[in-house]
Design a protein around this ligand. Structure first.
Ligand code: CP3
Length: 356
């Protein structure tokens, strides 16, 4: 982790609990298809995975939104599914359809996966660490560099279902019918991804975000066991965070548990040990802030749909985030990723309003 200079970065100051006005800002999926320069690099790179594994191209697309908008953070360009790929599962991205994996239907497929301590896993991921190293060297000193990975449950749900599945039915069914197997899969992911994030820190990441994009599929108090949210999501994440901090003292970590509701969001920091809670667009930010201690760091919440709408609706949404977090440590962001139809001019309008 970068010391000294790194601790002065605005986003790092907020992650340490300091309220700043205007708040530091970045956007989930800020390097993406709404940007013409991203589409051009993507076409040059070949497949989406080629883009992820080529440090030249991955560095370029990570820097594009920083050059254009001066965001306070750059997020490593990669994908949460490079980890199952490194474990030996077949992963491909089908144009216009999203990710496809050979589904992990039961124990035979699980037995074929690489172990967490197999050096081949990290040889496979070496281009990601090279991208992080080059980014830290090329980014402006004031820009925070974020690494990331998917949370074990979210990654497991893609590994089991083979794709994005409505309500994660295959993963929930397997967790109920073969709980021991899903526990072993989660354990494998906790081990691999703890090491993965430690290596991102060692390569130069200032902080990391753990994406639990499918927390919403986990009922709070029903399912295979009481409190499935703690069982499958928060406790595995807490084990990762403990493991990372044992190796990288003081590591700063944001957890985004999309779809977990007001109650779930309020539980993220106390139950995982994260430094900040990413807030999705469905949560009432003012109500959440009223529930949380003033010292809790929040991030996000602006509805990406309003970034497509633009105009006064967008201005009002920016103002609402500012009002809900005035004098409190908050990192400005969306409540989920920016989507391809978003006009670049609306991103500019949002930032002008925020920084005014
Ligand atoms: O700019 C950034 O945010 C950094 C890069 C990044 C990507 N994916 C690039 C990407 C990050 C942080 C992710 C995380 C990710 N990937 C998540 C968690 C965040 C979330 O959105 O909930 C998930 C669930 C995935 C899995 C994934 N990757 C899906 C479901 C898809 C298809 C959906 C889509 O938007 O197309 C992807 C593809 C993907 N990952 C793209 C990008 C820029 C688009 C693919 C392309 O350019 O062809």
């Amino acid at each position: 982790m970068v010391q000294g200079q790194g601790t002065e970065r605005r986003l790092m100051r907020v992650l340490a609990g300091e309220p700043l006005s205007p708040p530091p800002a970045w956007m989930m999926r800020q390097a993406g298809r709404y940007l013409p320069e991203y589409r051009a690099t993507r076409a040059e790179a070949g497949s989406f995975l080629d883009l992820c594994y080529s440090p030249d191209f991955a560095v370029e697309v990570t820097l594009q939104p920083i050059r254009r908008f001066g965001f306070d953070a750059a997020i490593l360009f990669s994908d949460i599914l490079v980890v199952p790929h490194a474990l030996g599962q077949d992963v491909r991205f089908v144009e216009g359809e999203g990710p496809r994996l050979d589904p992990l239907a039961g124990r035979p497929e699980f037995e074929r996966l690489r172990h967490a301590d197999d050096p081949a896993v990290f040889t496979h991921l070496a281009p990601v660490f090279e991208t992080v190293r080059r980014l830290r060297a090329e980014l402006p000193p004031e820009t925070t560099l974020l690494g990331f990975c998917g949370a074990p449950w979210t990654v497991a749900s893609y590994m089991i279902g083979g794709r994005g599945t409505p309500d994660l039915a295959p993963a929930r069914a397997l967790a109920a019918s073969d709980t021991a197997l899903v526990d072993e899969l989660i354990d494998r992911l906790v081990a691999v991804q703890t090491e993965y994030l430690v290596r991102q820190f060692q390569a130069g990441a200032d902080a990391v975000q753990i994406f639990e994009s499918h927390a919403g599929s986990l009922p709070e108090a029903t399912g295979p066991e009481a409190d499935a949210l703690a069982r499958w999501s928060f406790r595995p994440i807490a084990r990762m965070i403990e493991g990372i901090r044992a190796r990288v003292p003081g590591a700063r970590i944001i957890v985004f548990a999309r779809g977990s509701g007001l109650e779930g969001h309020a539980r993220v920091v106390p139950e995982t040990g994260a430094d900040a809670v990413g807030v999705d667009w469905a949560v009432d930010l003012a109500a959440l802030r009223a529930r949380l201690p003033a010292s809790t760091v929040t991030q996000g919440n602006l509805d990406p749909e309003l970034l497509i709408t633009g105009g006064p609706a967008l201005d009002a949404a920016v103002d609402a985030v500012k009002a809900a977090t005035r004098g409190l440590p908050h990192i400005f962001n969306l409540g989920h990723g920016i989507t391809p139809p978003t006009p670049v001019a609306h991103v500019e309008r949002m930032l002008a309003r925020l920084r005014a």
